[in-house]
Each structure stands twice: as structure tokens, then as C-alpha cells.
Design a protein around this ligand. Sequence first.
Ligand SMILES: [Fe+2]
Ligand SMILES: [Fe+2]
Length: 197
Amino acid sequence: MMTDVPNDHLSIEKRSGLPEEWRFLLLSYPRSDWLSHASLGEHTKFWLQVHRSFRMMGAHLNERTDAYESGIVTAEQFRHTMVRRLQNFLGSLDHHHRIEDHVFFPKFMEAEKRLVAGIELLEADHTVIDAQVHAMVDVANALLRSPASDKDALKRNGEDFAIASRRIVKLLDRHLDDEEEIVIPLLLDRGEEELMT
Ligand SMILES: [Fe+2]
Ligand SMILES: [Fe+2]
């Protein structure tokens, strides 16, 4: 598996979308047509639903972080509502990345050589996101361990958690959009039978 970002300006932190060189299939299969496309298979639909659930969790994290930062919920309330749901979310994300890296991406690269560098970029995204998952687990644990009586620690750890949460949501939103725009047109073009089963 490749983990280095091939071109720094395309790193997940810096890019605002895919470069033209990996969008050639997207021209024939625009996002607006995906869900109604005759070639859309069940595995692809499921995969898009998983992405949708990650986006929803990201939006929920951002909402709760807004509520905490604007003082609507206290640090103590924040940790109770956030940390437990987070475990499922981060676990699902890790599982999803492993399947993509080890099962699907090798097949996709084999099927379309012109997309190899683009898929390597997606693998590099996973490395950055996975590092942020670990960082997030650390700040979540610190927030959970903060004694309710130690208001300073609660506040400090709540703020660290909010920063880590916003960062992972931003990374994930970028990654999901770009991954879909490489992978979905390929699956629609070749059929998921060959590439996902
Ligand atoms: Fe991914
Ligand atoms: Fe994915």
C-alpha cells in the first residue's frame, strides 16, 4: 500500500477537488445521474449509503461542537453525548478503510491504469484520516477522564476535542467526495460484478 502523497498540492489538506486527469469517466457519469443509472448495483448503493452515514455523523459532530462552543451545552454534557457515539463511528471508519485498501482498491487499480495515481491518493488520504482517528481517540479519552470537579481540565479537553472533531469531519468530507468521483464512474462503466464481488 502506498502511503506517501504523490504531489503535495494534492494532499487532502490542500486540494479542493480532483485534478482533471482523474475526472475523465466522471464526464460520462456525472454525480447527478448516479442514483438513477441503470448500471448502479446493490454493492455500490450500499457503499454510497455507508458514505452517507459517515457524512451524517460528521454533520452531527459539527452540530454538537457548535452547541458546545456557543455555550448551549457544557463540557460535561458535551462529553456524555459525543464520546459514546464516537466509538462506533471511528470503528466503522477504520473497517471501511481497511476493506477499500485491501480488497477494492487493488481491483480498481487493476481495472483502470489511468486511475492508479488517483487511487493511491485516496490511500494516502486514509493514512491522514487514520492518524486523525488516533488523535481523536486520545482527546476523547482525556475528555472522558476529566473529573467533573476540574472545570479547567474539562474546558481544555472539551476544546481539544472540538478542534479534533472539526478536523476529522473536514478531512472526511473532502475524501468522500473525491473518492466517489473516482470510484462510482468506474463502477458504473465496468459494472460492479467484476470490481466488487
Ligand atoms: Fe476511503
Ligand atoms: Fe469510502
